[in-house]
Design a protein around this ligand. Structure first.
Ligand code: NAD
Length: 372
């Protein structure tokens, strides 16, 4: 890993653990339209782009539980959804857009943050429009389907002097933060190995998640990314070498993307992570760290709620139940209000897409692939 990216990783990880004290250089991310003092007096307006399952069932309800955010606008290509959301959440007509008109948000001071919740390969398109309209952007994982598009998203947000955050909800989840603390404080000794897996049995064979052009890949891009994130949190670094193998038992349904992948991540500090992801079985959801004097883990690890922790020494690995979407949105809003960089920046999303592209190359070639 280049020293700059290692420094960045340490800075990001530290911000996440502590929640507050920030180390390293804090870039100036001032909101040009509204002075910080005025921002502190009101909740930030979030506009959701893409009113599918996640927006409907998780993000919109979570917004109602936040301290620093409110649902201020929507972007949808479906007029019937616009009417439903308008009625349910009282969104004014002037804050309802489609994908063509969303650039007009530039003239709407009610919207501070645009939250991108469209299929993976549309994230760059929507992020760039939002940044050019002068809005901060929070974007769902995976950041995009190529590193070039991720880089463009980072560049456009920088150019617009706006923050770009990625929806890595587990970075704010108390059980995951406790895993990180145990690892960092070496409470059970030095972590040596990590095992992680996340998958589910995918239904509708026509959905975008099975189309390469929209998803960028199969379960790795969708849920395997959680194991990468978990391993990075525990290891405190980004992986620099990867190996992978894919499996396909249904070549019709999984014509365009992998059905399952087993993959290995090697970290510069000697930790290695063995991971599996799949679209074939339900209930596959865990992460475990093996250290010199014991092990600790989460099963399930990546659900929206009901995460359960354990330690081999039978001490508690617990944490309060939280709404992960509410806390990640509040954290992003508070970064904007306080002019501090997010701990889940576009650079982190870009790095993970680079790792996943290396994993696809490793699976294709059967070779270990190094990541600079
Ligand atoms: P979804 O299919 O339920 O919703 C996608 C939305 O995008 C729909 O409203 C659809 O109409 C709209 N859309 C716009 N253009 C489209 C096009 N060309 N093709 C298909 N749909 C189009 O998907 P979702 O589950 O809400 O996922 C959306 C994003 O959120 C994805 O990037 C996904 O990875 C991410 N996600 C994250 C989590 C999490 O826990 N953080 C969970 C689920 C999904």
């Amino acid at each position: 890993m280049a020293s700059t990216s290692r420094r960045d990783f340490v800075r990001m990880a530290t911000m996440t653990v502590a929640g507050a004290p920030l180390m390293g250089t804090v870039p100036s991310i001032a909101h040009r339209a509204t002075p910080t003092t005025a921002l502190q007096e009101r909740k930030l307006g979030y506009a959701l782009v893409g009113l599918g399952s996640l927006s409907t069932n998780q993000i919109a309800p979570a917004l109602q539980k936040t301290r620093h955010c409110r649902l201020a606008g929507i972007v949808t290509g479906t007029p019937a959804k616009a009417a439903q959301w308008k009625a349910k959440y009282g969104i004014p007509d002037k804050s309802i857009y489609d994908y063509e008109t969303m650039s007009r948000m530039a003239d709407n001071p009610d919207i501070d943050v645009v939250y991108i919740v469209t299929p993976n390969a549309l994230h760059a398109r929507d992020t760039i429009k939002a940044a050019r309209a002068g809005k901060h952007v929070f974007c769902e994982k995976p950041m995009e389907v190529t590193t070039a598009r991720c880089q463009q998203m980072v560049d456009e947000c920088k150019k617009a002097n706006r923050q770009l955050g990625i929806g890595y909800r587990c970075r704010f989840e108390p059980h995951h933060l406790e895993m990180l603390r145990i690892a960092q404080e070496k409470e059970l000794g030095e972590v040596r190995l990590i095992e992680s897996g996340f998958g589910f049995s995918i239904g509708d064979p026509t959905q975008w998640r099975l189309k390469h052009a929209l998803a960028g890949g199969g379960p790795l891009m969708d849920v395997g990314i959680y194991s990468i994130q978990s391993a990075e949190m525990i290891a405190g670094q980004y992986p620099t070498a990867v190996a992978a193998m894919t499996t396909k038992t249904d070549p019709v349904k999984f014509k365009e993307v992998e059905e399952s992948m087993t993959y290995e991540l090697k970290f510069p500090n000697g930790i290695s992570a063995s991971c599996t992801t799949t679209y074939k079985v339900n209930g596959f959801n865990r992460t475990t760290a093996y250290a010199d004097r014991g092990s600790f883990g989460l099963t399930p690890a990546f659900n929206y709620d009901g995460i359960r922790g354990w330690r081999s020494d039978r001490k508690d690995l617990a944490g309060p139940a939280v709404d992960q979407f509410a806390i990640e949105m509040d954290d992003f809003a508070s970064c904007i209000i306080n002019n501090k960089p997010t701990s889940v920046p576009g650079e982190m999303g870009l790095r993970d897409v680079r790792t996943m592209m290396a994993l696809y190359e490793a699976a294709r070639t059967g070779r270990t692939v190094r990541i600079a």
